[in-house]
Design a protein around this ligand. Structure first.
Ligand code: AMP
Ligand code: GLY
Length: 426
């Protein structure tokens, strides 16, 4: 069996790692992959968002399954193009991917489905948006409608800040067409968590809960990043709340999409704020989270391919997805300067010593093989991931592994999972 994983980050290394361990022993291809995926199979030098290039490769090489990591190719219609060629692909089609690709569409679906989320208004001209901001008053959240590499959201404490955010989108066009329309929404307070589910068009099976750490520095300070670490399970959501999240949020959204003739297959990722009045949706993503996936997949018991394929066949059931009782922690090692400009090509030392530790997985993100060395090639470089019987044990093991790795300019957060360790949300 041949499996193509599309993408080249920590999420894709974790997916390739889990798929490679499947009892069917598939042959793994990863496009474009990184130094970590190269050790599991074959890297294919095609960019993750080059849908035409990937399709051409797949026509020639006929993978039995393609698993798509990032949102860009899904929003660009990769799944539709592969489907049309009779190639099996895990991930929603272009219409379903709009749940992430358009925040306005996502809000319409949520309102249509009666899902709890922040109140919001949509604007496509700057004057009405500014009038609304002044009338409503701060705090407010301003969101560009389209994909903006995770930078399209401004949480604004004052009216002036909100006005600036509106102008940045609609006058200065800093997000290009993605900011032609904006949402101005109510600010919510609470703790954030990521709930991912597998979906086969109808059935919804939750994956283990997790919490991401989006800010660059300890104590949730500094600029927003793609994610500096994650842990699973997230103690802020209790088991019975998960059932509620499934029934009141995920299932209604899938039904609302179906009502709009969109059959959603793949991962539906709900970014939630756990407020005093219960969970509220901040955003949906149409894919696995990164780094969340690195903290979730090591806890998955047994094979993954059958569950992914069941999503395509409409035969997904709860029994296909089982979790270990262990805790998992992923600490991202980043290049100095990230999420701003950073250097590349720095030799990474100690990867083998860290990877040899029991219950430790080193998931590569921005890495590349150069001769006999592995060097940095991105902002997020590796996700150092450890399992433990308890959360403190997993945290200790992960940081012990971190201490074995070094490269010039390396930095990381020293407080991954601190909210749960401090008992917040329990
Ligand atoms: P999003 O890209 O929609 O997930 O937004 C990025 C981040 O902005 C989220 O992870 C939250 O921290 C924050 N955010 C988004 N919407 C809201 C909201 N309505 N209230 C407070 N914070 C928000
Ligand atoms: N970790 C956030 C995301 O994958 O969108």
């Amino acid at each position: 069996m041949k499996v193509l994983v599309v993408g080249g980050g920590g999420r894709e290394h974790a997916l390739a790692w889990k798929i490679a361990r499947d009892s069917r022993r598939p042959q793994i291809f990863c496009a474009p992959g990184n130094a970590g995926t190269a050790a599991l199979g074959t890297n294919v030098p095609i960019a993750a968002d080059d849908v035409a290039g990937l399709l051409e490769w797949a026509r020639g090489n006929r993978p039995d399954l393609t698993v798509v990591g990032p949102e860009a190719p899904l929003c660009a219609g990769l799944a539709d193009a592969f489907d049309a060629e009779g190639l099996r692909v895990f991930g929603p089609g272009r219409e379903g991917a709009r749940i992430e690709g358009s925040k306005v569409f996502a809000k319409e679906v949520m309102f249509g489905a009666g899902v709890p989320t922040a109140a919001a208004e949509v604007f496509d001209d700057v004057d009405s948006a500014l009038r609304y901001v002044r009338r409503r008053g701060a705090p407010l959240v301003v969101k560009a409608d389209g994909l903006a590499a995770g930078k399209g959201v401004s949480v604004c404490a004052t009216v002036e800040e909100a006005e600036r955010a509106v102008r940045a989108c609609m006058v200065d066009r800093v997000f290009g067409d993605a900011g032609n329309r904006i949402l101005v929404e109510e600010r919510l307070y609470g703790e954030e968590t990521s709930i991912l589910a597998l979906v086969d068009g109808e059935h919804v099976v939750l994956l283990a809960s997790s919490q991401d750490h989006k800010r660059a520095y300890d104590g949730d300070r500094g600029p927003n990043t793609g994610g500096m670490g994650a842990y699973s399970p997230a103690t802020v959501v209790e088991e019975r709340a998960l059932k509620d999240i499934r029934e009141r949020i995920l299932v209604p959204v899938i039904r609302e999409l179906a009502r709009r003739n969109v059959v959603y297959r793949g991962v539906l990722y709900a970014g939630l704020m756990i407020t005093e009045r219960g969970p509220r949706v901040l955003e949906f993503n149409c894919r696995f989270g990164d780094p969340e996936t690195q903290a979730i997949l090591p806890r998955w018991q047994g094979d993954i391919l059958a569950a992914l394929e069941a999503c395509l066949d409409g035969t997904l059931s709860d029994g296909m997805v089982q979790w270990s009782q262990s805790h998992c922690v992923c600490v991202v090692l980043a290049s100095g300067g990230y999420p701003g400009p950073y250097a590349k090509g720095k030799e990474i030392r100690g990867l083998d010593a860290a990877g040899q530790m029991a219950d430790v997985m080193i998931f590569h993100a921005g890495t590349r093989v150069e001769g006999t060395k592995v060097v940095t090639a991105g902002g997020r470089v590796v996700g150092v991931t450890a399992l433990g019987r308890t959360l403190p044990a997993a945290v200790d093991r992960a940081y012990e592994a971190v201490r074995r790795i070094s490269f010039e300019g390396m930095f990381y957060r020293r407080d991954i999972a601190y909210r749960a360790l401090n008992g917040a949300g329990r």
